[in-house]
Design a binder for this molecule. Structure first.
Ligand code: 5GP
Length: 198
């Protein structure tokens, strides 16, 4: 017999690189109050060491990306600023997860987030911000993996993204990971209660 599952919900998470998004989301996965699934985007960028195809991203060629885009397979897709590569959310994977009652996390950039909200106005949108730009700069330099020029570019990108943060329903400051995770758990619990009340 078919189980009557509630439909899932889209949760869009953005924030500048260096704001600690990945750490917060990893921790969230361990304690979320709703059944979360992390959507896997497609990208034309090559895998970094340790990244696994189908887990971190679906790594595809520019040709395949263009073809799938032409066929309308993306919920949203963009050439992400400063990266010179395409990134996109595959509609088929998202709708399958939503139909299974999952809360689907899309970790995407600001232009992607705005495009998703056009199609799914009830998506829960969360912008994770660093404590301050100084803190962000410290973290980016502390990684030690990027040149001074690359750090400067990331900071420019961060300023551009921060300028659009108020387009998100929620902003969460990540100056303490546990607090940021708790805040997101509260947002998700509230979103579920609001929907149940409708
Ligand atoms: P990275 O190459 O460092 O994994 O990600 C670069 C940027 O692409 C990040 O800002 C990330 O949020 C964004 N991104 C990842 N997947 C998608 C996607 O499917 N759509 C959009 N619009 N942005 C994405």
């Amino acid at each position: 017999m078919e189980i009557d599952r509630p439909p899932g919900r889209l949760v869009v998470v953005s924030g500048p690189s260096g704001a600690g998004k990945t750490t917060v989301l990893r921790r969230l996965a361990e304690c979320a109050p709703v059944p979360l699934v992390f959507n896997v985007s497609a990208t034309t960028r090559p895998p970094r060491p340790g990244e696994v195809d189908g887990v971190d991203y679906h790594f595809i060629t520019r040709e395949e990306f263009a073809e799938r885009r032409r066929r309308g397979e993306f919920l949203e897709c963009f050439e992400v600023f400063g990266r010179e590569h395409w990134y996109g959310t595959l509609l088929g994977e998202v709708t399958t997860s939503l139909a299974a009652g999952k809360w689907v996390i899309l970790e995407i950039d600001v232009q992607g987030a705005l495009a998703v909200v056009e199609r799914y106005p009830d998506a829960v949108t969360i912008f994770i911000r660093p404590g301050s730009l100084e803190e962000l700069e410290r973290r980016l330099r502390g990684r030690g993996t990027e040149s001074a020029g690359a750090v400067r570019r990331r900071l420019e990108e961060a300023r551009r993204e921060l300028a659009l943060a108020d387009r998100y329903r929620y902003q969460v400051v990540n100056d303490d990971v546990e607090q940021a995770v708790r805040r997101i758990c509260n947002i998700l619990t509230q979103a579920e209660a609001d929907r149940d009340a409708r």
